[in-house]
Design a protein around this ligand. Sequence first.
Ligand SMILES: [Zn+2]
Length: 134
Amino acid sequence: MALQEPFKIYTADNNVEAILLVEMLTSAGIEAFADQDQFWALSTVSQLHRSNVWVEKSSAMKAADLIREFESRKQERAHPDASAAHITVRCEECGKTSSFPESLNGTTQECAHCGAYVDVGTLDGDGQADTAEG
Ligand SMILES: [Zn+2]
């Protein structure tokens, strides 16, 4: 299992992720290997050990596409709320901004800072969430 022109395509956070990636790439027809050093055998330690994933240089482009998909899925899992849209509302009373979930668009909510009523999703004016200090 030697690559003719090894190309380091990815540094995984841990060996488990490296193995997942290698399996994904291999099943897509791309020859891929993860680093195998002495840490590999020590199961508890190996979880924490960053691991490089290598592919044949000629297949690096295709592998990179697959890895981008892998990473976006990984980020969705890590931050399930990150993709959820939030509406930032500037309070007319205190000038501070509060953020509300997209589902409250068009409703009236209370400012998180002073409790005044704010309209969510009706941003007229400059539309820019300037933070007024003081
Ligand atoms: Zn306020």
